[in-house]
Write a protein that binds this ligand. Structure first.
Ligand code: GL4
Length: 806
């Protein structure tokens, strides 16, 4: 590092510290430093931000708008420093002045504007779009409360509000002059025009201001700065004037303004089940209407061509069905404000919007009661109705073979609006997020739509940004890689494949092994700090971190732990490789069974960790409040990545990719992107077990699985289930009855017992493999080498060339 650059960074730091915080550097707290460094980054990138946006305007560049109810961005300081090329210098200067960079970066509150994979994917995509120099914007909601903070008390999950905006958020810029009015409710008037068409006007609507807060999205050392625009709901100016009028009904207005601000009040904390709350519908329309109005405004300001050409300059990707009101909203504006005919408006809409499906879980399907939409969005309802009628007529006349399928295809059926159907009908592209998932969409879940629109369906296997998930979180591994194959992999992650040449190179393997050991030591310290439990750093770190859901089968994992515990109790001198099982997971607040599993993990941990006879061989750790920042600490230290969902249920998974990229070996089912990982690394470099997606499908379809039979025939299984019932884990016999009942009397809907035996066998193979350090390290390096494919840069290039045509 040149001394000159260091000196000038130090001078900046000193200058800013006195001006901004009124302090000398030596008196600055870690928090002062956090704010001052953020402000240095902002100064550095603001001219580039302006320039990027001006260039898009001047060149009339085609833009992609990624609309999502979730952006799980986590902390930004470190990744912003990295992307603008200042991370090394900043770290060095901080160390020179005796400060610990980690302690400083910790002062940023995680922006948890998302639940899990879907929201984190959106954040990775923004990073790749900017790093690949594409013109793209994210559009989301600036929730005042992000995903709840999790505390565990006696094994029970308690949710605390996440008021992340308590202190200034340095990355956002409020753009009050770009606020947009969004309207709800009201009366619709129809007038017949001379040409026979109808004209619509609205009366008595409730008005809400959508105020944008822009967050910069910095490309990796390439001068590009894109925007994530987060909308905040506020009362309109007229409304706030009324509030200060002494003759007005003050409390009425106060109540009203409170209900408006609620629209961007909090993130719904459920990852994958639909809750038909009116407030959620308001959030969705608020996001969509503000975004689309903004897009059209910008289009008109930039281009001198008609809106009929919108698709030449704009593409809108909707992240799952949550923003699918984009379809009728764009229709509404084109027809009612821009005087397009239905056909003209439809042509534009259906060539601009593209839809990504992220799940086939039926409980996640969004279906709004028609009455709710009719009341809240009367004009939107009329448009959806018309879309539905035209669509159904089209099937009747053009696809007689599908006539009897109309009830399964109709956008409106059983007094409900089926949002996935609306999204498919109103878009030009429908994609799944991993090969298997897309095949399931085409051949099962959406097969009649696939018949109607075979060319609309396509696959885009997910990815993760290797800049955050390797370069930033695992600097020592990154350096080791660069020493071996040079730095080109950072720009072109596929170049990681060059590591294959080193998979038999003993000194290289040793270095990689050493880095993993260091990362495990760091995590062990964190575990000790958080839980008071000391774990064996040479044990296998077996990691399952993700939302808690029955289909993800944390239950299968903890059953295996109980099995090992039972084996060791029976034979304490059993020679097993010591294991540390690490869990972290939030359960949706209303998801009872998921919370029971969290409790079970804690009770098993309490039994195992304090049993002197065996606790040198087995530890169970549950790390509280899983979020992006915690993931960044755990992932570099993982040996085994547990990806054990019931086959067909996990659309893709992205944690699997993050851990693979950091050298963990996958222990998983043939589900989601696990299959693509396996295809790349080969059967010898992954541990695969369990039912296939087809087998699972057939059991659901034709029956033939009886969980109780396994209980009665497999002693290991019987023992575990009886332990749940006997109060061995927990305080009383009834503690885990709901888990027991679900398996025995609801016939184990996620096949935990069915996959138990192959899972145990796979674990035994893991254990044997780990004993051969050399083989293990070779497998680990093979995984890193092939992980380049799972960079979101690859995914985004595919979106850009095959869907967005940027
Ligand atoms: C999810 C899927 O469950 C997950 O497999 C996938 O990786 C992610 C991103 O595509 O989307 N769908 C929903 S809903 N939540 C998810 O995390």
């Amino acid at each position: 590092m040149s001394d000159y650059r260091k000196e000038s960074f130090l001078a900046l730091l000193e200058g800013k510290m006195t001006r901004k915080r009124g302090k000398h550097l030596e008196d600055a707290s870690d928090k002062d430093l956090y704010y001052v460094i953020s402000s240095i980054v902002k100064d550095e990138i603001t001219p580039k931000w302006l320039k990027t946006q001006e260039k898009y305007q001047e060149n009339k560049t085609k833009q992609v708008y990624y609309i999502s109810m979730e952006f799980l961005i986590g902390r930004l300081l470190q990744s912003n420093l990295l992307n603008c090329g200042m991370l090394d210098i900043c770290n060095e200067v901080l160390k020179d002045i005796g400060r610990n960079p980690e302690e400083i970066y910790k002062h940023e509150h995680d922006a948890a504007l998302g639940n899990g994979g879907l929201g984190r994917l959106a954040a990775c995509f923004l990073d790749s779009i900017a790093s690949l120099k594409y013109a793209g914007q994210g559009s989301g909601i600036r929730y005042r409360y992000g995903l709840f903070e999790q505390r565990i008390i006696h094994g029970n999950q308690i949710e605390l509000p996440d008021y992340w905006l308590k202190e200034e958020y340095p990355w956002e810029t409020r753009k009050a002059d770009e606020a947009i009015e969004v309207r709800f409710g009201g009366k619709i008037n129809m007038h017949k025009k001379l040409n026979g068409d109808f004209e619509f006007s609205y009366e008595d609507q409730d008005k809400v201001m959508a105020v944008p807060y822009d967050v910069p999205v910095i490309g990796y050392q390439n001068e590009v700065v894109n925007t994530l625009r987060l909308w905040s709901a506020e009362v309109t100016e007229d409304e706030s004037k009324l509030m200060s009028d002494p003759s007005s009904q003050y409390y009425h207005h106060l109540d009203h303004s409170h209900s408006i601000e609620q629209i961007s009040g909090f993130l719904y904390p459920d990852d994958s089940s639909f809750e038909g709350k009116e407030l959620r519908l308001k959030q969705q329309y608020f996001l969509v209407s503000a975004t689309i109005q903004g897009i059209l405004k910008n289009f008109k300001a930039t281009h001198d061509i008609s809106l009929a050409h919108l698709s030449e300059k704009v593409v809108i990707q909707i992240n799952d069905t949550h923003p699918s009101l984009a379809v009728p909203e764009l229709m509404r504006i084109l027809m009612d404000d821009e005087n397009f005919s239905w056909d003209e408006a439809w042509k534009v809409t259906a060539s601009v919007i593209a839809y990504t499906n992220h799940t086939t879980l039926s409980e996640a399907l969004e279906k709004w009661p028609t009455s709710m939409i009719q009341k809240l969005l009367p004009r939107i309802y009329m448009i959806i109705n018309e879309i539905n009628e035209r669509f159904c007529k089209g099937i009747w006349f053009d696809h007689p073979d599908l006539r009897d399928k109309i009830p399964e295809l109709a956008v409106i059926a059983d007094d409900q609006i089926h949002m996935a159907r609306l999204a498919i009908v109103g878009s030009f592209s429908v994609n799944g997020v991993a090969r298997l998932h897309t095949e399931i969409l085409k051949n099962k879940e959406m097969k009649y739509f696939y018949k109607l629109y075979p060319n609309r369906f396509n696959n885009k296997t997910n990815g993760i940004t290797h800049r955050r998930w390797l370069l930033q979180v695992n600097p020592c591994l990154s350096e080791t890689i660069t020493e071996a194959i040079g730095p080109k992999w950072i720009q072109e992650p596929n170049k990681l494949i060059g590591l294959l040449r080193y998979s038999n190179d003993a000194p290289f393997l040793e270095k990689v092994g050493k880095v993993k050991k260091q990362n495990k030591e760091t995590l062990a310290k964190l575990i000790l700090n958080q839980t008071g439990i000391k774990v064996d750093e040479s044990s296998i770190f077996d990691v399952q971190i993700k939302r808690l859901h029955e289909y993800k089968r944390q239950l299968l994992n903890i059953f295996h732990v109980i099995y090992l515990y039972n084996e060791l109790k029976e034979n304490p001198s059993l020679d097993i490789t010591p294991r540390t099982f690490i869990f972290a997971a939030k359960a949706a607040p209303s998801y009872h069974l998921a919370k029971e599993v969290i409790k079970l993990i804690h009770h098993v941990a309490a039994t195992v960790n304090y049993d002197k006879q065996i606790n040198s061989k087995l530890k169970v750790i549950f790390l509280e409040n899983y979020n992006v920042s915690l993931a960044e600490k755990i992932i570099p230290a993982a040996d085994i990545s547990e990806q054990i969902s019931t086959a067909s249920k996990e659309a893709s998974g992205t944690g699997n990719m993050k851990m693979m990229m950091n050298g963990a070996l996958t222990l998983g089912t043939l589900d989601g992107a696990n299959i693509e990982i396996k295809d790349l690394v080969g059967d010898n470099n992954i541990f695969i077990f369990g039912l296939t997606s087809d087998q699972v499908h057939d059991y659901y379809q034709y029956g033939g699985y009886v969980a109780k039979d396994i209980y009665h025939t497999d002693d290991r299984v019987k023992r575990i289930l009886d332990q749940l019932n006997s109060g061995e884990f927990g305080h009383q016999e009834i503690e885990f009855k709901d888990i027991f009942y679900n398996i025995m009397y609801h016939n184990d809907p996620y096949f935990v017992l069915k996959d138990f035996d192959p899972y145990i066998e796979s674990h035994e193979l893991v254990e044997r493999s780990y004993r051969d350090k050399n083989t293990w390290q070779r497998m680990s390096v093979t995984n890193i080498a092939y992980s380049g494919k799972f960079s979101s840069d690859r995914t985004i290039k595919e979106y850009a060339s095959e869907i967005w045509k940027l």
